[in-house]
Design a protein around this ligand. Structure first.
Ligand SMILES: NC(=O)c1ccc[n+]([C@@H]2O[C@H](COP(=O)([O-])OP(=O)(O)OC[C@H]3O[C@@H](n4cnc5c(N)ncnc54)[C@H](OP(=O)(O)O)[C@@H]3O)[C@@H](O)[C@H]2O)c1
Length: 268
């Protein structure tokens, strides 16, 4: 698919991976609709893109709320006439023992990581199939293949995204609509800081390491130009499902040690 002139909706575009995807897409000539909650950050990114000669519209929305997702789609349609490519990127993590997570945080994570992706996908996929053109790209995670200690709900939400995306990929085969999954390992963004927010001083395994968000953005652009089912980033992480299969006993033994050392379990 030629990116130039395509109307592309990127969620979670106010920072990290989503911001880089939006900038790279605009540089390649796409007409980008940026969304996230932080209006000022989105506005600054929009102005920078437009100042550089690109096309961008910022629509701030809290994607945990169904009515905000509907408003976002209505505003995107009003601003650019429709969506050719949807990049479901907004998401957050939470690190610590599962039983220490409040239901409010768990509910918010399910509504964003799962609910927003499903809602926006279902709202747009039918019309893409009617036009026989379009693409949905979902940002998953290597965590889906490695349900490690400390990321119980996060890895479960990303496993959902894996299965949801793969099923839709199979359903749309034979059409000119593509559904793709991107599975990064650790990426250097504010993700780890927000995943540790509100905890004791935890050191999250993988935090501060990893590839750049620009590398993920480049891969997303490559997937639009040449659609594929799935992309691991870096590619070596394609071995992770095998590692979970072969070494799960070692992972069972190692994880609690790391977690307990850094994070005291509740007493009483
Ligand atoms: N960083 C990693 O190591 C890594 C690895 C694998 C996969 N991922 C996935 O990559 C995606 C992007 O993460 P990132 O690393 O770029 O982290 P990030 O910098 O924290 O970006 C998260 C984005 O999601 C948006 N967001 C959060 N809550 C939202 C809500 N209620 N409504 C709308 N937007 C919301 C944030 O914007 P606002 O706060 O302005 O709303 C922000 O733009 C996530 O799905 C994450 O799971 C990250």
């Amino acid at each position: 698919m030629d990116i130039k002139g395509k109307r592309i909706l990127v969620t979670g575009a106010s920072s990290g991976i989503g911001e880089c995807i939006a900038r790279e897409l605009a540089r390649a000539g796409a007409c980008v609709v940026l969304t996230a909650r932080r209006e000022a950050k989105l506005g600054a990114i929009e102005r920078k893109i437009v100042g550089a000669g690109g096309r961008a519209w910022a629509v701030s929305a809290d994607l945990t709320r169904p009515e905000e997702r509907e408003r976002l789609l209505a505003e995107a349609r009003r601003a650019v006439g429709g969506v050719d490519v949807l990049v479901n990127n907004a998401g957050f993590g939470w690190y610590g023992y599962g039983h220490r997570m409040s239901w409010a945080t768990a509910d918010e994570m399910i509504r964003l990581n799962v609910g927003a992706t499903v809602h926006l996908t279902l709202a747009l996929l039918g019309e893409m199939l009617d036009r026989n053109a379009g693409q949905i790209i979902n940002i998953g995670s290597i965590a889906a293949d490695l349900p490690a200690q400390g990321i119980a709900l996060y890895s479960a939400t990303k496993a959902f995204i894996d299965n949801f995306t793969t099923s839709l990929y199979r359903e749309t085969r034979g059409s000119a609509v593509h559904v793709s999954l991107v599975k990064p390992g650790p990426v250097k963004t504010g993700f780890f800081t927000s995943a540790a927010a509100g905890h004791h001083s935890v050191a999250i395994p993988g935090g501060g390491l990893g590839i750049s968000p620009e590398a993920v953005a480049r891969r997303v652009l490559a997937l639009i130009r040449r659609p594929r089912k799935k992309a691991y980033l870096p590619w070596i992480y394609a071995a992770v499902p095998l590692a979970e299969l072969c070494f799960s006993k070692i992972i069972d033994a190692l994880g609690p040690f790391l977690l307990k050392r850094k994070y005291s379990p509740p007493t009483g």
